[in-house]
Design a protein around this ligand. Structure first.
Ligand code: HEM
Length: 448
């Protein structure tokens, strides 16, 4: 049994950190080519970071006992934004308890009830996309995914509170872009001052709005389909309801975990489709199976979290013939697994057909991580992607508006380098064209 860590590059930790941060995809591919797998990343100020890529090892990782690995501890940096009750930050019993409270709200069947709302918001957004000129879709997709979360998860109706939160929430999210946000000691020192002070004031404004919303909705007690309604009716094991603070923290968690991830995944979908006219043609005419296969392939080629939540070892664990001691961080190299030619032949080709013949494998398709930490919003995100891509395929032909740019890092996710810049033209058979021709026909004098 080997106790030594897998091989690592001899480059200083600072350079490894820069490589990992600036070129998240190319750098890990280079390490795999040089060192084989698993390998160890040495990141400045962080414990050794072991990247696993063997599906059997990943299975052991994702199914390990919760007392052995702590993903929550590694996510502590998010606490100023998501709050101390967030499911993302917790481990062991407390994690399971919050997760159980949230699961029914995000269940696939429950999500179906949000379809109408998501379709309406999508149609409205797509109506505003300009035709026949280059357009960056990523910022527009960010607006759409934000709107969908605010309406379907926070349960906000149109009105001044929605307007205020739409403006304020992204401000507290961008705090995570600042290097200060990565250092908890700096956060404490800067409390009340400068950029952190402004963040604290914005967060206080947001919290006031959210607590008022939760209070009103408790009073109303009406039946609704949004996630907030489900959280209001969820109960702990002892029958007590979730506290206002718990609900606030889980709503903001859904926003942090689900807004940028879905926007970037959709951005990558458009980036890929712009270069695959034959996939677009099939999407416009084929059924849901092909649409789902396309989404699975987009998430394989570009898992926006190139690794799921890193797991901190707190009790010795054996994986793949090696023993890992407490203090080491283990993670599944999702991007690398997705581009292993032994698992996905011709892995750099964008080919939805590969998912027509077989369903995504639990330990070989990892855009949503896995095990008891698997993304809670996976059904929500997949439904949203289905609705947006179906509506877009019916309306538009998407073309590239320039050479492909390499993916960029935004906080912990990757995003299309050129903001998903494409050119849209109207699909001849699309619903708009159909509506327009119907309108045109209506204004034509009837044929004699
Ligand atoms: C395409 C979009 C999305 C992707 C690619 C994605 C990906 C992920 C990944 C990789 C994890 C970590 C899983 C692990 O470590 O095993 C995660 C966790 C999580 N995601 Fe998502 N996510 C997406 C959308 C969403 C949405 C829309 C929501 C909520 C509305 C959401 C809520 C969460 C939550 C709450 C967790 C933490 C689960 C836990 O710790 O138990 N995600 N997501």
């Amino acid at each position: 049994m080997k106790a030594k860590l897998p091989p690592s590059s001899r480059m200083p930790a600072v350079l490894q950190t820069i490589g990992w941060w600036v070129r998240p995809i190319a750098y890990t591919e280079r390490l795999r080519a040089r060192l084989g797998t698993p390998f160890t990343l040495r990141l400045a100020g962080q414990p050794p970071f072991v990247v696993l890529t063997d599906p059997a090892d990943i299975r052991t990782l994702l199914t390990a006992d919760p007392t052995v690995l702590h993903p929550g501890e590694g996510a502590r940096l998010l606490e100023p934004i998501v709050g101390p009750n967030s499911v993302i930050l917790l481990d062991e019993g407390r994690h399971m308890e919050q997760r159980k409270l949230m699961l029914p709200a995000f269940h696939g069947d429950r999500m179906q009830r949000l379809t109408g709302l998501m379709e309406e918001l999508t149609e409205r957004e797509l109506d505003s996309w300009p035709l026949d000129t280059p357009v960056e879709l990523h910022p527009r997709l960010q607006m759409l995914t934000l709107e969908i979360i605010l309406r379907a998860v926070f349960g906000l109706d149109e009105g001044p509170r929605l307007d205020r939160l739409r403006e304020r929430l992204p401000q507290i999210l961008t705090f995570g872009d600042s290097p200060i946000s990565l250092i908890p000691q700096a956060q404490r020192l800067l409390s009340g001052r400068g950029r952190f002070g402004r963040f604290e004031r914005d967060r206080a404004d947001v919290d006031r709005e959210l607590f008022a919303l939760i209070d009103e909705r408790r009073q109303e007690g009406s039946e609704r389909d949004d996630v907030l309604a489900m959280l209001l009716s969820a109960t702990h094991g002892d029958g007590s309801p979730m506290s206002d603070e718990e609900i606030r923290d889980e709503l903001v968690t859904a926003l942090v975990a689900g807004h940028e991830t879905t926007a970037s995944s959709l951005g990558f979908a458009f980036e890929q489709l712009a270069r695959s006219p034959e996939v677009q043609e099939r999407l416009a005419s084929d059924g849901d199976d092909y649409l789902d296969a396309t989404i699975n392939e987009v998430l394989r080629r570009r898992p926006v979290l190139t690794i799921p939540e890193p797991r901190l070892v707190v009790r010795e664990i054996e994986i793949g013939g090696r023993t890992y001691q407490p203090g080491v961080v283990l993670t599944a190299g999702a991007y690398l697994v997705h581009h292993d030619p032994a698992i996905y032949p011709d892995p750099y080709a964008f080919r939805p057909e590969r998912f027509l013949a077989r369903k995504p494998g639990t330990y070989t398709w990892l855009p949503f991580g896995g095990g008891r930490r698997r993304c809670l919003g996976a059904s929500f995100a997949l439904l949203e992607m289905r609705i947006v891509l179906r509506a877009a395929a019916e309306r538009f032909v998407v073309e590239a508006a320039g050479p492909r740019q390499r993916s960029r890092r935004r906080m912990i996710t990757i995003t299309p380098g050129d903001g998903a810049r494409v050119r849209l033209t109207r699909r001849a058979s699309g619903p708009i064209a159909a509506t327009e021709s119907a309108a045109a026909a209506a204004t034509q004098p009837a044929a004699a």
